[in-house]
Ligand binder design. Structure first.
Ligand code: SF4
Length: 152
């Protein structure tokens, strides 16, 4: 991965009150076990009860965050386009836009650039290749997901 096109860093600054990456019908957020623990604790619930309330499963059985029934948007995105659980948001959300699928090719990256104003913002700063690599790892771990709750 050292010869990846992004290894020398990429400019980015998430823009306040943007929320475009979350405001996508049908988006899927995979969860790492540590995400479930943090979000359940934040909700003041046992993990199993939180998984039943706020999650659903993919066809192959991995836990994902639930979406709203009416519009398919994440249940945690509020009307101001802000995340209601921002401080404890899943690591896959934190890793955006540094998802492996986005970085795979210049073509997929250009599509992300068109939708994420943080990548072309005037106040963008260089995110190092090492930091990007850690985000990619986190995204991959989340995408593997988990199918059964076991305390970590
Ligand atoms: S689309 Fe980009 S700038 Fe907007 S909230 Fe998501 S990461 Fe931040």
């Amino acid at each position: 991965m050292t010869d990846a096109w992004w290894a020398d860093g990429v400019s980015f600054q998430c823009q306040p009150d943007c929320g475009r990456c979350c405001d996508q019908p049908g988006g899927i957020v995979y969860l790492a076990p540590t995400d479930a623990e943090k979000l359940a604790e934040h909700a003041g619930m046992e993990v199993e009860a939180w998984l039943r309330r706020d999650c659903t499963k993919t066809l192959d059985g991995r836990y994902i965050l639930r979406s709203r029934q009416g519009d398919g948007i994440c249940i945690y995105l509020n009307e101001k386009k802000q995340c209601n659980v921002y401080q404890v948001r899943p690591q896959q959300c934190k890793a955006f836009p540094w998802w492996a699928e986005n970085l795979r090719s210049k073509r997929s990256w250009n599509q992300v650039k068109e939708s994420c104003p943080g990548l072309t913002a005037d106040d963008a700063i260089i995110i190092s290749g090492e930091d990007i690599r850690l985000h990619v790892q986190a995204d991959r771990q989340s995408t593997r997901g988990f199918r059964k709750w076991e305390k970590v």
